[in-house]
Design a protein around this ligand. Structure first.
Ligand code: ADP
Ligand code: TRP
Length: 330
């Protein structure tokens, strides 16, 4: 069973990325054959500076390895190192209805915000479908926001197979050249709130980054917005952003204890922020140290990526050839 997922190289990872996506697919790596890649082609749409692109792309590889992705068990590679994905994207594009792309969240949001929309943004979901289908992925762990893309991927696989594979049975998914993937969504992962209470996101500048320097982490946590309830008064944990973030780190008993302290009064929000800071370090310091070490040895990270690309290419070339034959390009 092949498990595949990717992370866009558009910035530095934060708690939302970790709990909402990266943690779950790192957990899955032992359940099958893992293919994990850095979506650098997808990032081009947002990152328009060569040096920044190189930093972010290598950065995602470092993040993966520091957070526990084991290159001995999984295939770790750079999306653009397997150019077959771009050809498959084109082929899939020829069976993609415009209407379906016009309904895609990313495109609709950009239009609603009156942003200038380019073809890259419009075609984003088709490239993502190619990422998944090129490696005959069985399971694709992603955050809830990516479910629509997974549905499109399945639709395109069905459409291609129906068009070109006489033996394809859409009921069973058998007999086609493209394999229908399943999404793996962790339903219990809530949206991680940012320091201002909105969804944590790079675009809102409200993140707590995983690998920022200690000082910056502290600053991010201390700036979490809370209400003005005086220290001595009882507080409602469920209405507090700090508590919402503590939920990610504490087990049930510990959380009940913290909630009790909120309700009892006498403890200021600053104390709960300190607890959050401690939890953050206890959880991530090992990965933070590992990342700093890995960053000193770029050559060996590049080597891991080269090995991964060779492995991914071997699979991708075969699938692309089947696709080319099915539609008469070979
Ligand atoms: P950002 O909003 O910071 O640009 P991305 O869109 O690059 O983040 O997110 C990458 C993945 O991380 C998403 O597919 C989603 O699953 C997950 N993710 C991002 N932000 C959050 C969040 N606040 N809560 C839960 N998951 C998130
Ligand atoms: N679109 C995904 C995101 O924004 C990243 C991604 C690109 C991806 N290609 C993929 C995820 C293929 C899973 C499978 O998070």
């Amino acid at each position: 069973m092949r498990i595949l997922s990717g992370v866009k190289a558009t910035g530095r990872p934060h708690l939302g990325n970790y709990f909402g996506a990266i943690a779950q697919f790192i957990d899955l790596q032992t359940k099958g054959e893992g293919f994990y890649f850095v979506a650098d082609l997808h990032a081009l749409d947002l990152v328009r500076d060569a040096e920044t692109m190189r930093e972010y792309a290598l950065g995602v590889a470092l993040d993966y390895m520091a957070l526990g992705l084991d290159p001995e068990h999984s295939t770790l590679f750079m999306q653009s190192d397997v150019p077959e994905v771009s050809e498959l994207m084109w082929i899939l594009g020829t069976v993609t209805p415009m209407g379906q792309l016009q309904r895609a969240h990313g495109y609709k949001d950009a239009v609603a915000k009156e942003k200038e929309v380019d073809f890259g943004l419009f075609a984003y979901p088709v490239l993502m479908a190619a990422d998944i289908l090129l490696y005959r992925s069985a399971v694709v762990p992603v955050g809830k926001d990516q479910l629509q893309h997974l549905e499109l991927t399945r639709d395109l696989a069905v459409k291609f197979n129906l068009t070109y594979c006489p033996d394809f049975d859409p009921q069973t998914g058998e007999g086609g050249v493209l394999k229908l993937p399943d999404a793996h969504i962790m339903e219990n992962v809530a949206v991680v709130p940012g320091t201002d209470g909105r969804k944590m996101s790079k675009s809102y500048d409200n993140t707590i980054q995983l690998f920022a320097p200690d000082k910056q982490i502290k600053k991010s946590i201390m700036r979490i917005v809370t209400d003005s309830t005086p220290v001595e008064d009882p507080k409602d944990p469920e209405a507090c952003n700090v508590f919402a973030l503590l939920k990610l780190f504490c087990d049930e008993a510990e959380l009940a204890d913290v909630a009790e302290r909120y309700r009892a009064g006498g403890t200021g929000y600053g104390e709960f922020k300190k607890l959050l800071l401690e939890k953050f370090h206890a959880t991530f310091d090992e990965a933070r140290a590992r990342r700093a070490e890995l960053a000193k040895d770029e050559a060996s990270v590049r080597e891991v990526l080269a090995r991964g690309a060779a492995r991914a290419s071997a699979v991708g070339r075969e699938v692309l050839l089947d696709v080319q034959k099915a539609c008469g390009l070979r």
